[in-house]
Design a protein around this ligand. Structure first.
Ligand SMILES: [Mg+2]
Length: 150
């Protein structure tokens, strides 16, 4: 069993391009997560992921909640993030929306896994194979290479 776990904000979703996203999140407004546009072609990403699923990969997401957290706000953020994934990347079969700042590997069911993340510190903390997602097309190219290396 092997898996690829994606981060969301800054990797798949353009949260940081939403006007006043930070101020709004701090005010417990979950909607910037909904308004975030995909950072690149989801059609191309889905095509690569379909191939990887055929090769036996599980596709998962492990994403942090907002910094400012409360029980009700966290619940809304989870709903909105899951809605975004359902709309843009329905092949995600394992999804963890976890407390801001916590190590991501802890939550992933499959340990033989690659983390796709735009945050260099998070990639370092993963202690395993990672793909840098700071450039969406670069990330796509890395995923495509996985299809041929297998
Ligand atoms: Mg990120």
């Amino acid at each position: 069993m092997k898996a690829i776990y994606f981060d969301m904000d800054g990797t798949l979703a353009g949260l940081y391009d939403v006007p006043q996203w930070e101020q709004r999140l701090n005010n417990h407004d979950a909607m910037p997560y909904c308004e975030a546009r995909p950072l690149g072609s989801m059609k191309k990403l889905k095509k690569v992921l379909d191939k990887l699923i055929e090769l036996g990969y599980t596709i998962g997401v492990v994403s942090w909640l907002a910094k400012n957290s409360s029980y009700a706000y966290d619940w809304r953020v989870r709903q909105v993030k899951k809605g975004w994934l359902k709309k843009h990347l329905p092949m995600v079969s394992e999804c963890h929306i976890i407390k801001y700042g916590t190590p991501k590997r802890r939550y992933c069911k499959i340990k033989d896994a690659i983390l796709v993340d735009d945050n260099a510190d998070v990639r370092k903390q993963w202690k395993g194979e990672t793909i840098d997602a700071t450039n969406f097309n670069g990330m796509l190219a890395s995923l495509e290479r996985l299809c041929y290396n297998d």
